[in-house]
Write a protein that binds this ligand. Structure first.
Ligand SMILES: [Ca+2]
Length: 173
């Protein structure tokens, strides 16, 4: 059994500058516990304040609900050579409340958990046992009275959203 978490990565501010001229070309990979398959974002070139607005659906296995982490690894794209690491975001899945979107700026960490790195990332995580799509869940949050009526209808939309994601992954790399 697994449970979907919808993660929307809006933007980052003040990431490490890995290129000359004080800029980076940031992109990230996102996974549960750093286990493949990773999902990869677009690369936003020439900035330390990238805006992504990308939504990911991660399937969390039952055994990872108490101890697993959402791991986001931020890197600087380079035309030649190895890409530079810019930082990590680690989100404990046990801190996410079931069914309730959590909207937060997370500080970047270094390679070692708990160490500081430059920058922060704006993320909404929605741990979502009923399978309500993220965008709809925001509406539900704004209209709490309608919640029970809307939920069953929306569950059918989810497979569609999930199929669109792989198409978008490589388009800007
Ligand atoms: Ca670069």
């Amino acid at each position: 059994m697994s449970v979907p978490i919808h993660v929307k990565v809006f933007e980052a501010k003040g990431l490490k500058a890995a290129d000359r001229g004080g800029k980076s070309d940031p992109y990230y990979t996102i996974s549960i516990n750093g286990v493949k398959p990773f999902q990869t974002s677009k690369t936003i070139k020439g900035t330390v304040d990238p805006v992504w607005n990308e939504t990911h659906v991660l399937n969390v296995k039952d055994k990872d609900i108490d101890t697993g982490k959402i791991l986001i690894g931020l890197s600087d794209w380079d035309r030649i050579g190895a890409h530079d690491l810019l930082g990590f975001i680690r989100i404990d899945i046990k801190d996410l409340k079931h069914g309730e979107p959590i909207d937060k700026w997370y500080n970047c960490e270094g390679k070692k958990p708990g160490t500081k790195e430059k920058g922060k990332v704006h993320i909404v995580c929605h741990f979502n046992p009923k399978g309500v799509p993220f965008e709809k869940s925001k509406q539900v949050q704004q209209q709490p009275m309608m919640m029970n009526q809307q939920q069953p209808m929306m569950m059918n939309q989810q497979p569609m959203m999930m199929n669109q994601q792989p198409m978008m992954m490589d388009s800007n790399q």
